[in-house]
Design a protein around this ligand. Structure first.
Ligand code: HEM
Length: 391
């Protein structure tokens, strides 16, 4: 998509796409302006599909609890309330304390195939790792993890919108089962709190803010699962493509681990897992010289903003030593700035460290391409065929 983004930044930085019925915002300064004005650019209903699901799918969905806005698709004042309550439970120290556990999960995945010498890193490693980590954070018992993973696969298929009608119905059933499962988990923690994220959120109190209800928490957990799963898989995949394409880069990083955090930030800039996200205007507004009416839907392209030549020197070059590295919008900005960013950063670092340790001389398999799901907002390889020297 990058040559196309470059062209629209130059020729039509803010434009209305008739076919998609969406405004497309591609320059850094305009994307930033949208992120910093949530009262004008609302996040309500950002996940609502323009095409309603078929009646048989809707019928299944109606059997589950009713969806509520939840942080990423909410506006102030409720967003402020929930973010304040949840923010405490999401303290970076909680994630830092999880690092040994993330390392152990990564090791157990790698141990299962390190002797094989070649394989697909997405199915064996970059996909299951974030799923296991988010399951652990949500307090899902180990014995339920496989079930959760199957639901997650169905949910990913469901949101991609590429499934057959029959499969869509099955996915909707998974979705309802997943919501019920989360409901029981929340009730269990309400009865018997543990030292985990769900209990911490349930107990969170702050000034005049009403505490989270069970229904709100189920919605939040559902969103955390989506937000924290696919995105992290894609960051790991994109990072590995960037690093392994230049074997020297991979060797340099493994020789000097202090370079890892910057290598991760640069991957978030160069190949953003979340390419863009929606907003809706609450009033008529001028943006990038265009007048946008009230009630218009916009896509703000993080991935394009991150390659804006007016902000980043030599934006097309992967350079973890760049001075402007912290300016990227890969995790957004402003009130919706990714609450899981500290966790994603730890997972990415641990994954790169463990791959370097456990899979010696890791390299891309020549002749094997990597295919990307044709998805407007999420980008990452579906398959990543690599080889290594078996232990
Ligand atoms: C918000 C990206 C990982 C939970 C966001 C936003 C972006 C983003 C761009 C802003 C959305 C907007 O402005 O509308 C990413 C990327 C990730 C990642 C690239 C991985 C590399 C995670 C993880 C979690 C998470 C691991 C949970 C554990 C959330 C939540 C929000 C959010 C709850 C909404 C925050 C709010 O609205 O206040 N993320 N994310 N994300 N992310 Fe992430």
């Amino acid at each position: 998509p990058y040559p196309l983004y470059g062209r629209i930044r130059r020729e039509a930085p803010v434009f209305f796409d008739e076919a998609l019925h969406l405004w497309i915002v591609s320059r850094y300064q305009d994307v930033r302006a949208v992120l910093m004005a949530p009262e004008t650019f609302s996040s309500l209903n950002i996940f609502q599909s323009p095409v309603p699901p078929p009646p048989e799918v809707l019928e299944v969905l109606m059997q589950g609890p009713q969806g509520l806005p939840s942080l990423i698709d909410d506006d102030p004042p409720n967003h402020t309330r929930v973010r304040t309550l949840v923010g405490k439970a999401f303290a970076p120290q909680r994630f830092a304390a999880l690092e040994p556990r993330i390392r152990a999960l990564a090791r157990s995945l790698l141990d299962a195939f390190a002797h094989e010498g070649q394989g697909d890193l997405v199915s064996r490693f970059t996909y299951p790792l974030p799923a296991l980590v988010i399951g652990e954070i949500m307090g899902v018992p180990r014995s339920d993890m496989d079930q959760l993973k199957r639901w997650a696969e169905d949910l990913t298929l469901f949101t991609a919108g590429t499934a057959s009608p029959q499969k869509q119905v099955e996915c909707a059933r998974s979705f309802v089962a997943f919501q019920r499962y989360l409901g029981e988990l929340v009730q269990e923690r309400r009865r018997k709190p543990k030292d985990d994220l769900v209990s911490a959120i349930l107990q969170a109190r702050h000034g005049e803010h009403a505490p989270m209800s069970d229904a709100e928490l189920v919605n939040l957990l559902k969103n955390l699962h989506f937000a924290g799963h696919e995105t992290t898989t894609n960051l790991l995949g994109n990072m590995l493509v960037l690093l392994l394409q230049e074997p020297e880069r991979w060797r340099e990083l493994q020789a000097d681990r202090s370079l890892l955090p910057k290598a991760i930030e640069e991957a978030l800039r160069m190949d953003s897992p979340v390419q863009g996200i929606m907003r809706t205007t609450t009033r008529e507004v001028e943006l990038g010289g265009e007048r946008i009416p009230a009630g218009a839907r916009l896509v703000i392209l993080f991935a394009s903003a991150n390659r804006d030549e007016n902000v980043f020197a030599e934006p097309e070059r992967y350079n973890p030593h760049r001075a402007d590295i912290s300016k990227h919008l890969g995790f957004g900005l402003g009130i919706h700035y990714c609450i899981g960013a500290p966790l994603a950063r730890i997972e990415a670092r641990v994954a790169l460290e463990m791959l370097g340790e456990q899979l010696r001389n890791l390299r891309l398999l020549p002749g094997e391409g990597f295919d990307y799901l044709p998805n407007f907002s999420h980008r990452g390889p579906r398959r990543l065929m690599v080889a290594w020297d078996p232990a």
